[in-house]
Design a protein around this ligand. Sequence first.
Ligand code: PGA
Length: 246
Amino acid sequence: MLIIGNWKAYVETVAKAKALALSAKRLALSGKHQLVIAPPAPYLGVLIAGKSRVAFASQDLSLTVGGAETGEVTAAALASVGVTYAIVGHSERRAHGETDQMVADKVRHAIAHKIIPVLCIGELERDSDGRYLKRLREELAAVYGPLSPKERLSIVVAYEPIWAIGKSAEDAITPADLHEMVLYIRKVLSDYLPGRGAQSAKVLYGGSVEPGNVRLLAAGSGIDGLLVGRASTDVPTFSALVKAIS
Ligand code: PGA
């Protein structure tokens, strides 16, 4: 499984960042999963230094190509410190005004810099008319539509229902519902990825994943991995979570 720890803005000292990264590096050595850390940008260079099986992600990606752009962290800068993945279109970025178009541009920009985009999609709420399914289709269409067949293959999709983010295990999606959603996402992807492309595309789940519910969510739901927020920012919790599915 691909397990991405999205530290968001929870980690505010380099000492804590180092302790979390060290623990993840140890977990990665003994386990069978691909672990990825998405720390706040200032820690990336420090944490990537040295050889390890852990890969690194940025939590976002700027569309700027450099120059007089105070405050922007460019894709080229991220690539140059060894970032492998970029989370794109997280609901917490979309809440700050990021549109489907911007997300699509960022995905293409990441790919152009050989950074694997982790495209976050997810509905704000469920409704009985199935509008939430339409929204997911729109989010995928906006990104996949304009891309070439080759570019499409490099995307990792993270399904993160917004209603399930940042809560606790009781609020997470049920394994049965997750299974349905993964089937739906692959069905939409089959419009864009020919042959077995939609089946082999990586689809992750995120939203209140904890050591207590991870095993049920992972078993039989058809996901290829997890995008873990809060539970990835505490050493014992994250290691319990990874061990629960090892
Ligand atoms: P959470 O966050 O695990 O804290 O719910 C997941 C995410 O937003 O990526």
